[in-house]
Ligand binder design. Sequence first.
Ligand code: PEP
Length: 251
Amino acid sequence: MRKNIVAGNWKMNKNLQEGVEFAKELDKALTGKSPKCDVVIGTPFIHLATVTSVVDAKRVGVSAQNCADKVSGAYTGEVSAAMVASTGAGYVILGHSERRTYYGETSAKLKEKVKLALENNLKPIFCIGETKDEREGNTHFEVVKSQIVEALFDLSADDFSKIILAYEPVWAIGTGLTATSAQAQEMHAHIRKILADKYGKEVADNTTILYGGSCNKNNAKELFACPDIDGGLIGGASLKVEDFMPIIEAF
Ligand code: PEP
């Protein structure tokens, strides 16, 4: 059976001390609780090693927000998948719309990043989602399909089964505009069908598909109650433990 996951994405927020303080507070808040989902925090690179050392890996998973599309070498400023793995982090967010838009990440680049993440035993949280214009132009189903096919469909079924997908409509990220649960469920079911057509029903049914885009403590319950929504990738509401915990507890 697929896992439910609530993953935070801090983006470029929190200095090291603030990040460590948050991680300790979250770990403490989860102690003695049995949430019905795995919990992950996506921190900037510089936090990874310290954050993994202050949380219990059984309670809190740790994720990078990106990794390089190259193995190693003369790529100033880049951080490889092997380096991320060496911190003890277990996940990496790839293909976030902010990286696609501001840093020109193409499907070809993302394909390399996914491959390197898997080679280093990192679980990719792979983001897909349409812009407002694409939704209004009624091309959203096609756009999301292309993002999946171009970056992921060269993977074997075995490798694909290590991927976590995050459907994040770009128009809902950081805008306070959430997809309705009906819109999100419709897209998640569409995604699961694409996976079933390629890899079969079992792989599709076992793939965790998160929703992201202004998900918060007020709407998480309704979203997570949808049959094909297996949790959330949370930006703004993952920055304070008091906002993040109720989302975890929404399951
Ligand atoms: C995100 O950046 O992945 C995200 C979903 O952000 P927010 O929750 O702030 O919309």
